[in-house]
Write a protein that binds this ligand. Structure first.
Ligand code: GRF
Length: 217
């Protein structure tokens, strides 16, 4: 089966994009990155993508009078690169219903919390303030409402008593880098099927033990 052709949208550091690049470097991985597009010309991830030999583009939102024209330009770049799927990897612009519908069920995002908890920004600060025992990350199909949509993969990360937002962010980021390639693989293999609000995984590997935090003595 031909590889899924993926466009990756970034705004900054690009570590999740880099995790996808690494995954795609494996010849058995069923997807390939055809373009990396940033709305931010200063995004460090552009350099990482360029060093990996990938085509990059900048579509700077500040060059456009409104969201619609910005998104039309993004869409043009993705189509010119012949992308048939889009990964939002730290892309910091809210997308309109127009873009989401245009890429419906072909557009996924990674978010640093266990959705539907802690949508939006500053997730780790808010998780610590709320005193949750677990947080984590979510890869989901994008729907017009921010940080919502059918969940493909989640990973739970226990919160430690002495965690700071930065220490928690670092542990969540490490699992983000595993979850995003996994979600993309499941989709590219046709094993993540959306029906309504729910994704069904075909042939899921058996899950492990429940995670308890704190652990039983
Ligand atoms: C990640 O935490 C991701 O979940 C969120 O933005 C951050 C991007 O980091 N959407 P990076 O640019 O992938 O390093």
């Amino acid at each position: 089966m031909a590889n899924l052709k993926v466009g990756v949208l970034i705004s900054g550091r690009g570590s999740n994009m880099q995790a996808l690049i690494r995954a795609c470097a494996d010849e058995d991985f069923p997807a390939e990155i055809v373009t990396v597009v940033s709305n931010n010309p200063e995004a460090a991830g552009l350099g990482i993508a360029g060093d990996a030999g990938l085509p990059t583009a900048v579509v700077d939102h500040r060059d456009f009078p409104d969201r619609e024209s910005f998104e039309a330009a993004l869409d043009d770049v993705l189509r010119a690169a012949q992308a048939d799927f889009v990964c939002l990897a730290g892309f910091m612009r809210i997308l309109t219903g127009w873009f989401v519908r245009r890429w419906y069920d072909r557009l996924i995002n990674i978010h640093p919390s266990l959705l539907p908890a802690f949508k939006g920004l500053h997730t780790h600060e808010r998780a610590l303030e709320a005193g949750v025992r677990f947080t984590g990350c979510t890869v989901h199909f994008v729907r017009p409402e921010m940080d919502s949509g059918p969940i493909i993969v989640q990973a739970a990360v226990p919160v430690a008593a002495d965690d700071t937002p930065d220490s928690l962010a670092a542990r969540v980021l490490a699992v983000e880098h595993r979850c995003f390639p996994l979600a993309l693989r499941l989709i590219a293999e046709g094993r993540a099927r959306v029906a309504g609000d729910v994704v069904t995984i075909v042939d899921p590997p058996s899950t492990g033990e429940p995670l308890l935090n704190p652990r039983e003595a």
